[in-house]
Write a protein that binds this ligand. Structure first.
Ligand SMILES: [Mg+2]
Length: 348
């Protein structure tokens, strides 16, 4: 077994706003495993300041080297050792899954990976001015999206709530499902009144209304909110099963939003989903600014965990973000992400 890695800087078409600032480039590492002529490649993608395994590049590469050595020697992934490093775990899991699939990027055998079924995704409207957000909203609807996620918490609250009210005047709940993501932008003091305001406009759910690490306040909001609450950043760094159980039981969210690069790789994501299911908590999966290698792995996992016939829109639209993305057989048609390798076979 031969293991190596490379890295690459990807450039955003438009600066990408996240809860921790604006990115113009994205740095990813690619783990490559080769055995008996079969190659598997996985992406290790970290979001600066957001991931629990954010660290200086030199240190990250030291850990990658160490893991490469371990895997080369043992032929397997050191899962427990990698719990604190979800992005590295996800990269190795992806590479191994591709090896198991004999080098195919169809990592798991699903209708999605065979190109028979698309995964419904939500459109994403980034933070911006009222005018920009409104224009992007219209664009998404025209493209065929039935679920749009709005990033709120960036512009003036009164403007944001006016935008949402305006959108609801033109598009009913049946036409468009609206999700909002506050990225921790509310405070424990103003959150409840804002949730009540939002609930007048048929919002499906709100992600992370207040900053993470305020379990008691978040639990109170989940109990009293008229709007279902989804946890996202809250899950970052919660890597041990006991802690996951405690978090779900103490906060009791309506949903959790899972990003494999941030929330425990494939193993950790599957673990979160089953712990949530046992407690009647819903979930969906989203990508986290990975390039197409990571995005493909996130989508393949999603199809394997929830499919076939996924109805809950997932957050898998980030593949269009980069000017210099890696080529993968992925395509967005209408509001669904598809793999297109099956069509190539038919065409041949
Ligand atoms: Mg979020």
């Amino acid at each position: 077994m031969k293991i190596s890695y490379t890295d690459r800087v990807l450039h955003f078409k438009q600066p990408a706003g996240t809860s921790r600032g604006v990115y113009t480039t994205h740095h990813s590492y690619y783990v490559r495993i080769e055995q008996d002529g079969v190659v598997g490649i996985g992406e290790c993608s970290v979001l600066p300041d957001l991931s629990s395994d954010t660290m200086p590049a030199k240190r990250y590469e030291q850990i990658l080297n160490k893991v490469c050595g371990f895997v080369e020697k043992t032929g397997g992934i050191p899962y427990e050792m990698l719990r604190p490093y979800p992005s590295i775990l996800f990269g190795f899991e992806t590479a191994f899954a591709q090896m198991d699939a004999k080098g195919s990027t169809a990592l798991f055998d699903t209708p999605f990976s065979r190109g028979e079924e698309g995964i419904t995704i939500n459109g994403l409207v980034w933070m911006g001015t009222f005018e920009e957000m409104y224009a992007r909203m219209e664009e998404k609807l025209k493209a065929g999206f039935r679920c749009v996620k709005l990033k709120i918490g960036a512009i003036d609250w009164q403007k944001e709530i006016a935008l949402i009210k305006h959108i609801r005047q033109y598009f009913s709940r049946d036409q468009i499902e609206l999700r909002v993501d506050a990225n921790g932008g509310f405070t424990p003091e103003n959150a409840m009144s804002r949730l009540e305001e939002l609930s007048r406009y048929d919002i499906h759910s709100i992600e992370q209304p207040i900053r993470q690490h305020q379990w008691r306040e978040m639990a109170r909001l989940c109990r009293e909110s008229p709007l279902p609450i989804a946890l996202d950043e809250e899950l970052i760094g919660v890597n041990q099963p006991d802690m996951k159980r405690r978090l779900l039981e103490e906060i009791r969210p309506a949903y959790i939003v899972l990003k494999p690069s941030l929330h425990g790789g494939m193993m950790g994501t599957r673990e979160w989903i089953s712990l949530a299911q046992e407690r009647g908590i819903g979930s969906w999966i989203t990508s986290a600014l990975e390039s197409n290698i990571g995005l493909n792995a996130v989508a393949q996992l999603c199809a394997d965990v929830y499919g076939p016939g996924i109805t809950m829109p997932q957050g898998l639209g980030t593949g269009l973000l980069y000017t210099d993305n890696i080529d993968m057989p992925l395509e967005i048609r209408g509001d669904k992400l598809w793999t297109i390798q099956n069509e190539h076979h038919v065409a041949e």
